[in-house]
Design a protein around this ligand. Sequence first.
Ligand code: MLT
Length: 239
Amino acid sequence: MNHQIEVCFSPAVFEDFFRPELNVVVVDVLRATSSICTAFINGAEKLIPIGNVEELKGFVNMGHVLAGERNGYTLDFVDFGNSPFNFTRDKVENKTVIYSTTNGTRAIQMASRCRNVIVGSFLNISSVCNWLDSQEEDVLVLCAGWKNRFSLEDTLLAGAICEKLVETGHFSTICDSAISAIDLWQLAKSDLMKTVEKCAQRHRLKQKGLDDVLEYCFTPDITDIIPVYGNGVLKPMIF
Ligand code: MLT
């Protein structure tokens, strides 16, 4: 049976794409979904995405690991910021990480009413696509973006996911966002980092000395782990 795939460029228009039966893959390449995948690669037990800073503060001194940023800056009451390189085994193995970021965690929570919500990055792209292809649902790629603005790097990943799923012959699209994302990905993929140099978030991270993660966040298939969101918690699924 053929299924549809769509791409939502911004959480601001998620409601226009929303259908309860959708399988949603949330992407935030720089850096939330790359960090979430890295946390599970390094043995985290679960991550709890939190939408706002005040709620995150409520978890201080409760025995959990706290991680988060706003506008890329590490919050002053957390254990560490949102670089994937912070989610090391010694810090997160077998731990619960309470986590809040500028865009990514809000996008994950926003999709909670859909049938399935998973986290995608370049790090787990093939596993994500294989799992989506094994299901019998239409797919929405939700780009976390930047403060409801279009994100080029999230769109590149969305295009790569759409390209893989369409190539299975089990998915098609009449969504201009998906078609545009595929075209952008196909224009960029032969020299990806050249296009990444254009990304606004790349320059925001560079200004803060946080762009050491760039090559890593665009490295495909470091892991088969798929973070799955349910009942307010992200847990790892091996597929
Ligand atoms: C986001 O949530 O948009 C990003 O993770 C922000 C960041 O890590 O700088």
